[in-house]
Design a protein around this ligand. Structure first.
Ligand code: F6P
Length: 400
């Protein structure tokens, strides 16, 4: 049996740990002979751009380095497969490539868009009576996949966001004057990552005082009132804002061309809010866009996250060998304290193109903050650290 694995969508700190999980488990399985990596997601299968990972991953050291390497070592894509009933051209190319290399299982590590690919491929190949299996492996810093408690990649991103927010609070607090700091955090239409800043309260840090999520109902006038109110109580006001919030005035977010799945490239809302505070309040104000740092800062990744990411990869191989297809591995939380999870599988089509918003029950009434009730959800996901492997004091990365 031969298998192929690919990575898709926005990268994370943990997506290579899932790749390592698939490959390491596959090497343990007697039934599996060749393990191919597909470059740039499904595009690598369409264009027959594969790499034989049996020749790349030689020893435990390679796996340990790959696990600590941020971003997608095989490259990524945002390619949406058309409906095979109207356009089967890419499906025929995929069939040809899988046949050429005798690939029996294709593993796709990705988010809700990638699960759309898994579901479509599973449907197409099973309609044709083919035995090829397709398994989805979850990842996204947005934590917006349905059917799973959380997604690999999120814990490390949250750990970075929390750590950086804490450091920014220190920096912002040095002057004896009124100042506002706005921290823009990724997550598209789901506010999980921005909401995770609430976990600073577990350490007695009562900032950010304001947290705005796409699930809230952002109004510029209420925002000004909120900031003024916080400034009347304290010199320093820290605001966490999710990149996906929309302003209710006519200054729409500036975005670039949408990707294959119609997602706008967000970024810049923090700067817009900074200008609003400058104009309307006039105090010292800065904004920081955490941008890609929050998904590639592997030097302070969450050990829990990396371990789970590797495990979902291994579980995917086990599922495939038990005959499953068209499924995505899920993480079920059994307990917060002590933290315990279980791994299951769900139909990929249930996850495809769906988004899990941040829990409404964890938002305060004014929708400008997150309730303490959410802290217990976040804390286990950011637990633990991993020692970096360095050269000249600089973390080393694994290249495929
Ligand atoms: O899908 C994850 C994500 O990192 C989002 O948080 C972000 O909005 C988007 O990807 C950015 O996309 P790109 O990688 O194309 O810049």
């Amino acid at each position: 049996m031969n298998i192929a694995v690919a990575q898709s969508g926005g990268p994370t700190c943990a997506i290579n740990a899932s790749l390592a999980g698939v490959v390491r488990q596959a090497f343990k399985e007697e039934k599996i002979e060749k393990v191919f990596g597909s470059r740039n997601g499904i595009e690598g299968i369409i264009c027959d751009n594969l790499v034989l990972l049996n020749d790349v991953m030689k020893n435990d050291g390679d796996f340990e380095l790959l696990i600590r390497t941020p971003s997608s070592a095989l490259g990524s894509c945002r390619y949406k497969l058309p409906d095979y009933r109207t356009d089967d051209a890419p499906y025929l190319k995929i069939e040809e490539c899988l046949k050429k290399h005798s690939i029996d299982v294709f593993f796709y590590i990705g988010g809700n868009d990638s699960m759309d690919t898994v579901a479509k491929l599973d449907e197409y190949f099973s309609k044709k009576g083919s035995d090829v299996r397709f398994i989805g492996i979850p990842k996204t810093i947005d934590n917006d996949l349905v059917e799973t408690d959380h997604t690999p990649g999120f814990g490390s991103a949250a750990k970075y966001v929390l750590t950086t927010t804490n450091e920014i609070i220190r920096d912002t607090s040095v002057y004896d004057l009124k100042s506002v700091m706005i921290i823009e955090i990724m997550g598209r239409q789901a506010g999980w990552l921005a909401a995770s800043t609430v976990a600073l309260r577990a350490n007695g840090i009562n900032k950010p005082q304001l947290i705005y999520l796409p699930e809230g109902d952002f109004k510029v006038e209420s925002f000004i009132e909120d900031v003024k109110h916080e400034l009347s109580k304290e010199n320093v006001v820290i605001i966490a804002v999710s990149e996906g919030i929309e302003l209710d005035d006519d200054t729409a977010q500036v975005t670039s061309r949408p990707d294959g799945f119609g997602h706008k490239n967000l970024g810049g809302i923090g700067k817009q809010l900074e200008n609003i505070v400058k104009d309307r309040i006039g105090c010292k104000v800065r904004s920081v866009e955490l941008n890609v740092l929050q998904r590639c800062a592997s030097h302070f990744a969450s050990r829990t996250d990396l371990e789970e990411a590797e495990e979902v990869g291994a579980q995917a191989v086990k599922q495939a060998l038990s005959g499953a297809s068209g499924v995505m591995i899920t993480i079920e939380r059994i307990n917060d304290k002590p933290y315990k999870v279980d791994y299951k599988a769900v139909e990929a089509k249930k996850v495809a193109n769906n988004e899990k918003p941040f829990c409404k029950e964890w938002l305060n009434e004014k929708k400008n903050n997150v309730l303490d009730d959410a802290i217990g959800y976040f804390l286990p996901l950011i637990e633990g650290e991993v020692t970096m492997i360095t050269e000249n004091g600089i973390p080393l990365h694994f290249e495929i």
